[in-house]
Ligand binder design. Structure first.
Ligand SMILES: Nc1ncnc2c1ncn2[C@@H]1O[C@H](COP(=O)(O)OP(=O)(O)OP(=O)(O)O)[C@@H](O)[C@H]1O
Length: 278
């Protein structure tokens, strides 16, 4: 399978090394440039994310990975370039509007409500699905009641799936780091995203926690068909998990392809793989 240099047409799918069928383009980033004053964090980068794939963005510190994830999530609007999602060009959009379009994310520094239970934290991920008005919710009427039951059921399914039943009533502040990360994943999944963005999902984890998180990411992709884009420093994890990898360095794209292709790319070896990280 040769994927380097975007040889696929937008509607083409491909079959992964482990035999999964990947679909056409879901998100297309075209000639994205993002500046902070005089700093060009992203310089004319193009790549796509396809239905059902696990796509990684890697690169040394300061390469522009977080900036790119923030462009995808709508947090930053690039000065140049276009973001296409599900076949339509996305106008400058607020993150909450992006969330409504089916994109959810986790954060590098965990962003949970520490005093609230695991269950309540995961429930906050359902806000997008709650459409009934405050008045009927307050009175527990009709649609609001049905919604509440559906939301609870969906959240319980995710809690089971991520194997956090035993801590569902525990305040998040009391949990070890690895479990907090899992709760954050649960909250993002509660939104039933089509595209899930993971910002360094393994950062700060021990080997066992990393193995667990890798398994859950693969299971989410497999079980729910969720498309996943992630930033990750741990190269072993990236190479094991990802179908395709974009490599950034000093704001530029220097590689794009399967883990195997990227591993053998001279520019990538020079810029990143030869450099010890963390
Ligand atoms: N809000 C900001 N204001 C000014 N400069 C910024 C801002 N965010 C990022 N930058 C700059 O943009 C460049 C890319 O940063 P970014 O955080 O996107 O890189 P990164 O690859 O995610 O780095 P790391 O691996 O260290 O998290 C850096 O030079 C950084 O200093």
């Amino acid at each position: 399978m040769m994927l380097e240099n975007q040889t696929l047409a937008p509607s083409d799918g491909y079959v992964t090394a482990d035999g999964r069928q990947i679909g056409g383009v879901m998100m297309d980033l075209r000639n994205i440039t993002l500046r902070f004053g005089g700093v060009e964090a992203i310089k004319d980068i193009s790549f796509d994310i396809r239905e059902g794939e696990i796509r990684a963005i890697i690169g040394p510190n300061g390469a522009g990975k977080s900036s790119m994830l923030n462009v995808i999530s709508g947090f930053y609007v690039p000065q140049e370039g276009e973001v296409w999602f599900n076949g339509a060009k996305r106008p400058p959009t607020k993150p909450y509007q992006v969330a409504r379009q089916g994109i959810a994310r986790t954060f590098q520094n965990i962003a949970l409500f520490e005093g609230m239970s695991v269950l309540d934290n995961v429930m906050t991920g359902r806000l997008r699905q709650m459409s009934s008005g405050l008045f009927s919710q307050a009175l527990w009427w009709g649609k609001a009641q049905t919604e509440e039951v559906e939301n609870r059921a969906a959240v319980e399914r995710i809690i089971d799936f991520l194997e956090i039943q035993s801590i569902r009533k525990t305040p998040v502040g009391r949990l070890p780091y690895g479990l907090k990360k899992r709760v954050e994943l649960a909250r993002a999944l509660a939104a039933e995203p089509h595209l899930l963005l993971l910002d360094e999902p393994m950062a700060g984890m021990n080997v066992e926690e990393k193995e667990d998180m890798s398994r859950f990411i693969l299971d989410v992709n497999d079980e729910f068909g969720t498309t996943i884009a992630l930033i990750e420093h741990d190269m072993g994890v990236v190479m094991d998990l990802s179908d395709r990898v974009v490599v950034m360095d000093y704001g530029r794209k220097i590689g794009d392809g399967t883990p195997e292709e990227v591993r053998n790319n001279e520019a990538v070896i020079d810029a990143y793989l030869g450099v010890s990280h963390d």
